[in-house]
Write a protein that binds this ligand. Structure first.
Ligand code: UQ1
Length: 459
């Protein structure tokens, strides 16, 4: 054997580390040097850890998938590993409710390590790159992790700086610029809404992929209702607050059925619509938009709710697993990578051509798992994802339009199937599903791998 046993190497490494650090710990710089030393000798310390399944991402997709896999009973302790540098996990669908003053962001947050079953190894590190030829994930610490099967689910990156002036405007506590799309800013949204008594309120949605494409207008509808209850906004030119929805898209929603209903609501409630307006810069109280003909448009605002641009994480986009747009290139039905059969993807990082939501993950995870297990046994993957996704759209306080659809923009409504009701009509029961039931079932069952959305409990 070329190298001595890893256990011995680890022992030597620890000994060296102890000796080097001894007596220096009172000094911060010496302490830092200590970590540098640790990183340097680490490659000697152990060969790369190896797992049957490595899951990149401890978000909705990563946690659901890992725990559903574990619950099959086919995996022993530390057969499965999750890699995620984040110490916290947020129920992000709840951030729209924070924006409406209905929930506190703290109640939607959990410690990530507390959500991961002890039988799953959690590596709290960032990924630098993936080498699917060698079945390795390279961590930013320089360490490598080996896998038999890889699930890529790190989510989507929020690129605040892709809109000029946005990071500064968001960070300024006195500005009237906010977004529900981040933990730090989601509670600024309701503060700005409560403060505004008069003027122009502008809500934007970018062109290009974002998570939960309905959320930008959820924020707008709740704000509009808040002002209309106070007699400040509504149809007609006499109202104190003028509400504008400016979207990079050509319509209110991607699915014709719901788009028509939302367009009717927009007109009924006197909300101005600016379509194919893609916010490119925030300069003081001016919002600057790119238009399809290459021209610019400028609009002044007194309150601005922005949805930042989003895109694939760089380690995916610049690596061998990406499609042209930078997302993990998987078959849209099997969720298996188009080139590397032991690589799989779901959730926001995947190329799946559907709306990126937690509800979509409820349908994607069981398909991915069934196909991965079949593939591990040398069988052909049989399970097929139909593109199911959902958008519980708060159209006012107390009412939600429960849009549910699949590939091709075809409605696939759970309650229409069972009770024959039209989910395009906003209802109070759906509001309680969104506000009370989904956040509860999420932490109670979904992240634990026990909830498959409209398909109910798993075992
Ligand atoms: C769902 O399961 C879920 O996760 C817990 C959501 O939260 C984000 C949802 O928004 C939706 C729509 C589902 C799907 C479940 C049903 C019963 C329609």
């Amino acid at each position: 054997m070329k190298y001595s046993k890893p256990a011995t190497q680890a022992g030597v490494a620890k000994h060296l580390l102890k000796r080097f650090c001894a007596g220096n710990t009172a000094n911060v710089h010496a302490h830092k040097r200590c970590f540098a030393t640790e990183a340097r000798i680490d490659p000697l310390q152990s060969s790369s850890p190896s797992y049957r399944i490595v899951v990149i991402g401890g978000g909705t997709a990563g946690l659901s998938t890992s725990h559903q896999l574990l619950r099959t009973g086919q995996f022993a302790k530390h057969d499965i590993a999750i890699i995620d540098p984040s110490t916290t996990h947020d129920y992000q669908p709840g951030w729209t409710l924070v924006g409406g003053g209905l929930k506190k962001k703290e109640e939607l947050r959990a410690r990530l390590d507390g959500l991961v079953d002890p039988k799953i190894k959690l590596h709290q590190e960032a990924v630098a790159s993936i080498n699917p030829e060698q079945n390795t994930v390279n961590l930013s610490s320089g360490r490598k992790v080996q896998y038999d099967q890889l699930v890529v689910a790190p989510g989507i990156s929020i690129n605040y700086d892709h809109i000029a002036g946005l990071p500064e405007a968001l960070a300024d506590p006195d500005s009237m610029v906010s977004t529900i799309y981040g933990y730090d800013t989601c509670d600024k949204v309701f503060k700005t809404i409560s403060k505004l008594r008069k003027g122009s309120a502008l809500f934007t949605q970018p062109a290009g992929p974002i998570k939960c494409a309905g959320a930008p207008q959820k924020a707008m509808w709740l704000a509009q209702h808040h002002w209309s209850k106070a007699g400040l906004a509504g149809p007609g030119s006499s109202s104190d607050i003028d509400v504008t929805y400016a979207t990079g898209l050509p319509a209110m929603f991607g699915v014709p059925k719901y788009s028509e209903r939302l367009e009717a609501l927009r007109q009924e409630r006197g909300v101005n619509g600016l379509f194919q307006h893609d916010l490119s810069a925030v300069e003081g109280n001016k919002a600057i938009f790119n238009l399809p003909d290459g021209k610019k448009a400028t609009k002044e605002f007194d309150l601005l709710h922005v949805v930042p641009k989003m895109g694939p994480h760089a380690f995916i986009a610049q690596g061998p697993l990406a499609d042209k747009a930078g997302f993990v290139d998987v078959d849209q039905h099997s969720l298996q990578h188009t080139k590397y059969p032991n690589v799989w993807s779901l959730g926001d990082a995947s190329s799946l051509p559907t709306s990126k939501t937690a509800a979509a993950v409820t349908s994607q995870a069981p398909v991915l798992i069934s196909n991965m297990l079949a593939s591990m046994e040398g069988k052909t993957p049989q399970a097929s994802y139909d593109g199911y996704t959902s958008c519980p759209l708060t159209t006012e306080y107390g009412k939600v339009m429960l849009a549910e659809f699949k590939y091709g923009g075809q409605p696939k409504e759970t309650f229409a199937k069972w009770f024959g009701i039209d989910q395009g009509i906003p209802r109070r029961a759906f509001y309680h599903l969104k506000k009370d039931f989904f956040p509860w079932i999420y932490y109670k069952a979904m992240v634990k791998g026990q909830w498959a959305g409209p398909n109910g409990y798993i075992r």
